[in-house]
Ligand binder design. Sequence first.
Ligand SMILES: Cc1cc2nc3c(=O)[nH]c(=O)nc-3n(C[C@H](O)[C@H](O)[C@H](O)COP(=O)(O)O)c2cc1C
Length: 180
Amino acid sequence: MTNRTLYLIACAAPPARRIDAAIRVAQVAGWDVCLILTPSAYRWATEDAEGEIDRLSELTGHPVRHQYKLPSQADVLPAPDAMLVAPLTTNTLNKWAAGISDTLALGLITEGIGLGLPIVALPHWNDAQGLHPAVPRNVETLRAAGVTVLLGEGGFVPHKPRQGNLGAYPWQAAVKALSM
Ligand SMILES: Cc1cc2nc3c(=O)[nH]c(=O)nc-3n(C[C@H](O)[C@H](O)[C@H](O)COP(=O)(O)O)c2cc1C
């Protein structure tokens, strides 16, 4: 049986440096994982970790995408059955809720809502970033649009600035939420 396709969309927050862990968890759960990075996350993976993109392409079996194709180019990824946005930054949250699609990652997740795809978002930000009034408002906007935002008990709980615990980032809970 063919595995269902999951678009894993990672923004530029520290858990993106361990995105291989998320890929493995999703693969064990039976997903064919395609990785899409925001331009900032792609910069982290290319400039801060030599060979990372090649390793991630090998792990998923698909090219790692980070920018829109040209109109003349063919799609290189299979169509998605579901999307997991993890880690979700405040920047992408706020643009997503506003319907902005100026990166491939945002284009996929803004359209994904309209397509009715199951979408789970696992935030990562500190409690100072999370106290900006746009953040709770936009989390509610996305929830009302059908996105499962795993913020709070059972998902991601914001930490004090510079006190994050990457080992506790709940990848398992996010992948589990996809199948609910
Ligand atoms: C070392 C470092 C850590 C960061 N951690 C976070 C974070 O945990 N959450 C967050 O929302 N932004 C964080 N940022 C800021 C984002 O990287 C920045 O807003 C970026 O524009 C996000 O772009 P993206 O949403 O397109 O990936 C961090 C930046 C740096 C340099």
